[in-house]
Design a protein around this ligand. Structure first.
Ligand SMILES: [Zn+2]
Ligand SMILES: [Zn+2]
Length: 125
């Protein structure tokens, strides 16, 4: 099957570059302003294809809908428990484990949880 409409895919990709770890719904809301004719299904499908192609990363957090990340350099995330903000953490030294025979790792995701600065300050006052 021929993949149609790579133009729409680039529009979705560009939106992802502007947003910071958005959900598919947030990408759709963002694009709807500039492209009123774009459909929700189109946005969701193109995000899935981009993730499949390895141009973006689909992130899963416990009890959360998936978020998308245009930053594909392996990095970790900080997640605020209060406002759910996701902040990139650059990794200077990756954690390594002794090799094992009972599984093969293809993705490494590390999430740190706590309170972002804004939420930390408002918790204290
Ligand atoms: Zn916060
Ligand atoms: Zn990220």
């Amino acid at each position: 099957m021929k993949r149609r409409s790579t133009k729409q895919r680039e529009i979705v990709y560009d939106a992802l570059m502007q947003l910071y770890h958005p959900t598919a719904e947030e990408v759709y809301e963002y694009l709807r302003g500039a492209f009123p004719s774009i459909g929700r299904a189109t946005v969701f499908r193109n995000l899935a294809v981009l993730a499949e192609e390895g141009r973006i990363v689909k992130l899963f957090f416990p009890d959360e809908v998936a978020h998308y990340d245009a930053n594909i350099d392996g990095h970790y995330h900080f997640v605020c428990r209060r406002c759910a903000k996701i902040i990139d953490l650059s990794v200077t030294k990756r954690v390594s484990f002794p090799p094992r025979e009972d599984f093969v790792v293809d993705t490494q995701e590390v999430n740190l949880y706590g309170h972002c600065r804004e939420c930390h300050e408002c918790c204290q006052s």
